[in-house]
Design a protein around this ligand. Structure first.
Ligand SMILES: *Cc1c(COP(=O)(O)O)cnc(C)c1O
Length: 380
């Protein structure tokens, strides 16, 4: 039996958790929280990082920081996880769903400008499978219309956008804010967990306050004020040290984890390339402006029927493959609120996209078995 995912443990997690537990400080914003936040700030140049209990939480912080309110319009892809949308609709905003690009599930930037109105406040690009959106195109529209941008980089840890001058910029560092997830299905994990990266320095002070339940507790602990109290709205967004100590063990092994995931991704790509051409199955296409972080290896099948057959074929050999999102514009919750525009590519990925097993401990023999099972089947 080959599962779709298996959370990887480096072996140090319990050690650091033990240290956190017996240090006498297990609430948030202690030693391990600081270690993790500094790691990200130094490695990727984010101006300020705040660990959160999930990427969903980090997006909720973004909605508060941008002061999203009824009447605002927020542009999000339809082919994404609910957490890209929920934080904004919870503040009473109107969601405007963008279609995916013909070449990959990311927002189609060629149609983005037509979605902008005088009420638009925020664009939320999602880097699906960790693959970068066309960030220069998005940021220049944001600049032109004075919009906020929060990158949903939940899947995009340690990946980069390359601009037309050849400069590499870490995903999550380009928008005003970036959000990350450490859910057990992601590359780097802490069970549940996330992070807000703040790139616009004007937002840092308020972000810390919102993070600490609307109080100036963080600046009190730095000795900047001599008492702390209620200064703004906020909630409890910070994880305990038990969670951040787990995350620290993962971050120490990040390079090794990323290398192996990319290796697995490349084995799939090379092993399925000819079969893809023959059967009209599209393999992931990485644009020139993106690097790869080996988060998801997906196939875009020629039809829903083809995908169903492929899932069954793999399952007979004990291999679990999984499709992904049901487009939000056609979800039970949103279908009757959608403005009726057809989003053909979102629908295409909803029906035809399939993900193959990809996790650190997946062995080469298993990868070859998966490739063989796919390519040797007569049906295709
Ligand atoms: C996983 C994921 C989220 C949610 O992350 P949590 O940490 O589980 O809240 C949000 N957006 C995208 C694109 C994701 O893949």
């Amino acid at each position: 039996m080959i599962n779709y995912n298996k959370p990887y443990l480096t072996g140090k997690e319990a050690h650091y958790m033990y240290d956190a537990v017996y240090s006498g400080k297990i609430s948030g914003n202690g030693k391990y929280t600081q270690l993790c936040q500094t790691f990200f700030e130094e490695k990727y140049g984010f101006k300020k990082c705040l660990l959160t209990t999930s990427c969903t939480d980090a997006l909720e912080m973004a909605a508060l920081l941008f002061e999203v309110q009824p009447g605002d319009e927020i542009i999000v892809p339809s082919y994404t996880f609910v957490s890209t949308a929920n934080p904004f609709i919870m503040r009473g905003a109107k969601l405007i769903f963008a279609d995916s690009s013909p070449t990959n599930p990311n927002i189609d930037v060629t149609k983005l400008e037509s979605l902008i109105t005088k009420n638009t406040k925020v664009i939320v690009p999602v880097h699906y499978a960790g693959i970068s959106c066309d960030m220069d195109a998005i940021m220049s529209l944001a600049h032109k219309y004075k919009l906020w941008v929060v990158e949903d980089a939940a899947q995009a840890i340690d990946n980069y956008y390359i601009n037309n001058k050849g400069e590499k910029r870490p995903l999550g560092s380009i928008g005003h804010l970036g959000t990350f997830s450490f859910h057990e299905t992601k590359n780097i994990i802490s069970g549940e967990g996330g992070m807000l990266a703040i790139n616009d320095s004007n937002l840092i002070k308020r972000a810390e306050i919102i993070w600490e339940k609307g109080t100036n507790r963080a600046s009190f602990f730095r000795g900047e004020v001599n008492k702390y109290g209620w200064v703004d709205v906020g909630s409890s967004f910070l994880p305990s040290e038990i969670v951040s100590s787990f995350l620290w063990a993962q971050l120490e092994s990040m390079e090794m984890i990323q290398l192996r995931r990319k290796e697995i991704w490349n084995l799939y790509f090379n092993g399925l390339y000819d079969w893809g051409l023959k059967t009209n199955v599209r393999l992931p296409e990485i644009p020139d402006y993106s690097t790869n972080n080996g988060h998801i290896f997906y196939l875009v099948c020629p039809s829903l029927q083809f995908r169903t057959k492929l899932i069954e074929t793999l399952k007979k050999q004990g291999i679990m493959s999984v499709f992904h999102y049901i487009s939000l514009h056609s979800s039970d919750f949103f279908a009757n609120k959608h403005d009726g525009r057809e989003l053909n590519y979102s629908d295409l990925y909803t029906n035809n996209l399939l993900r193959l097993p990809l996790f650190f401990e997946l062995r080469n023999e298993e990868i070859f078995k998966i490739i063989e099972t796919i390519t040797s089947n007569k049906y295709f």
